[in-house]
Write a protein that binds this ligand. Structure first.
Ligand SMILES: Cc1cc2nc3c(=O)[nH]c(=O)nc-3n(C[C@H](O)[C@H](O)[C@H](O)COP(=O)(O)O)c2cc1C
Length: 384
C-alpha cells in the first residue's frame, strides 16, 4: 500500500472506529492534499518519518529544519539558519521549540511504523541561548522493533492543526482539562491550564496589547507580512507560511477581507495598514473568545529546555486534536525585545510565574470548526 493509501485509510479509521466522538480531526483530515511533502512511493523510512515530522506545529509555519542523512538509518537535524525570525524571536527560542515539535512528531510517527528511535540531543554540544551555531540539534537513529507500541497520538499527526478562529462561547468541561493535565514533560517542565474568569479577562487584554506592540515596529511587522501568503497561488508556490483561510477566515468574511482590507504585500508593510490594524483587532477577539488557556513553563531556558518544551507542546497539540478542541499558540507577549518587557512583566505576575522560569508556550483553547491545513514544503527541500 502506498503512503497516501495508508494515510487515507488511517484517517477514515480514526474517524469512524477509533475516535467516533472526535469530529474535529475527521473534517480536518479532509484537506490532506496540503499535507503530502513526500512521493507516496518513497520507501526510505527516514524520509517517510521526516514527512510526518514536518507536519508539526512550528513558528509562523517557517519550517526551520534541515536534515543531513548520515547513515543507512541515521540522520542529523539542524536549524535552517535561512529560516529564522530575528525580529520577533531574537534569541531563536521559538525556532528551537519548533525543533522539539519536529522531533516529537518524528518519534510518534516512528512508533506508528514499528521503529525504535534513539536520539542524541546536541551531539556536538549545546550552544548558548542567544546565538545559533551550526551544530546539530539531534542525531537520530532508527531501528525496526516489533515490540514497539504505537503511540496513542499517532492517528492525529495528520489531522492536527492550530485553530485561529474566534472560538464558540462554550466552556471546556473540567474532565477534558483534566485529561490535558495528564500530559507531563521531563523534569523541570510543567504545564498549567486555567479557565479562571479573572485570568482569562486579563489575558484577553494583555494579548491584544502584545499584538499592538509587536505590530508597532515596522521591522517586526514586516516579518509577519513576509510569511503571510496573500493568495492560494502564493501559498502553493512557497508551501510555507499561512493564509487568511488558515487563520479561519472563510466564505463571505474572507471575500470581504480580501476585497477591502487585505491589499497587497507592499501596502501591508505599513504599520497603520488595514492588514496591521485588522490583525490587532482580530487578536483581541481571538484572545477574548478563549474558553481556557494553557502554558508550558520551564525552570531553565537552555537550548535543550526549549527543544524539550517543543516536544511536550507537540503532544499537547495532538491531544487537543484527539479531544476535539481547538488550540492556538499566542506568543507575542513571550517575545524577547525591549518594547515587550513591561507588558511581559505584567503577564508573568498575573500567571504567578516563579522568578527565573520561562513561559515557553502560551495557547488558548476552545471550540471552533476546523480550518484548512497550512501547507508544508517537500521533504527534499529540507535535505542537505
Ligand atoms: C513556537 C511556536 C510559536 C507559535 N506562535 C504563534 C503565534 O504567536 N500566533 C499564532 O497564530 N500561531 C502561532 N503558532 C502556531 C503556528 O503558526 C502554526 O503551528 C503554523 O502556522 C503551522 O500551522 P499548523 O499548526 O496548523 O500546522 C506557534 C507555533 C509554535 C510551535
Amino acid at each position: 500500500m502506498n503512503r497516501r493509501g495508508f494515510i487515507t485509510i488511517m484517517a477514515a479509521g480514526s474517524c469512524t472506529a477509533l475516535f467516533p466522538a472526535a469530529f474535529y480531526g475527521c473534517v480536518a483530515s479532509a484537506d490532506s492534499q496540503n499535507l503530502k511533502p513526500l512521493d507516496p512511493n518513497e520507501t526510505d523510512i527516514r524520509l517517510k518519518l521526516i514527512s510526518y515530522a514536518m507536519l508539526a506545529p512550528n513558528s509562523h509555519n517557517i519550517q526551520p529544519w534541515l536534515i543531513k542523512l548520515t547513515g543507512e538509518n541515521e540522520f542529523d537535524l539542524y536549524v535552517d539558519q535561512t529560516r529564522l525570525l530575528p525580529e520577533t524571536d531574537p534569541p531563536g527560542r521559538q525556532i528551537h521549540i519548533s525543533q522539539g515539535t519536529f522531533l516529537e512528531s518524528l518519534k510518534i510517527a516512528a512508533s506508528g511504523f514499528g521503529y525504535r528511535v534513539e536520539i542524541v540531543y546536541f551531539p556536538l554540544g549545546i550552544y548558548s541561548d542567544y546565538k545559533i551555531e551550526e551544530k546539530p540539534i539531534a542525531s537520530v537513529r532508527l531501528s525496526i522493533d516489533s515490540s514497539i507500541q504505537q503511540d496513542f497520538l499517532f492517528p492525529w499527526l495528520q489531522a492536527r492543526q492550530s485553530n485561529k478562529r474566534v472560538y464558540e462561547d462554550r466552556p471546556i468541561p473540567l474532565k477534558v482539562l483534566d485529561k490535558l493535565r495528564t500530559l507531563s514533560g521531563e523534569k523541570g517542565l510543567s504545564t498549567i491550564y486555567s479557565d479562571s474568569q479573572n485570568i482569562m479577562k486579563s489575558l484577553g487584554s494583555i494579548l491584544g496589547k502584545a499584538m499592538e506592540i509587536e505590530t508597532a515596529a515596522s521591522k517586526r511587522h514586516r516579518e509577519t507580512v513576509d510569511i503571510f501568503r496573500f493568495s492560494e497561488e502564493e501559498a502553493l508556490a512557497k508551501r510555507d507560511g499561512f493564509t487568511l483561510a488558515n487563520n479561519g477566515l472563510t466564505g463571505f468574511t474572507r471575500f470581504l477581507v480580501e476585497s477591502f482590507f487585505l491589499g497587497t504585500k507592499e501596502k501591508a508593510y505599513a504599520t497603520d495598514s488595514s492588514f496591521a490594524t485588522e490583525g490587532v483587532k482580530m487578536t483581541y477577539k481571538q484572545a477574548k473568545s478563549a474558553a481556557a488557556y494553557g502554558w508550558i513553563i520551564s525552570e531553565n531556558n537552555s537550548r535543550l529546555d526549549q527543544v524539550k518544551s517543543g516536544e511536550l507542546y507537540a503532544r499537547v497539540n495532538l491531544l487537543t486534536a484527539q479531544l476535539g478542541i481547538g488550540q492556538h499558540p499566542m506568543s507575542q507577549v513571550l517575545e524577547e525585545y525591549e518594547d515587550m518587557r513591561n507588558l511581559q512583566k505584567e503577564f508573568l505576575t498575573l500567571l504567578d510565574i516563579p522568578s527565573g522560569s520561562t513561559v515557553q508556550m502560551l495557547f488558548r483553547l476552545g471550540y471552533a470548526s476546523p480550518v484548512p491545513h497550512t501547507k508544508r514544503r517537500f521533504v527534499q527541500n529540507i535535505i542537505i
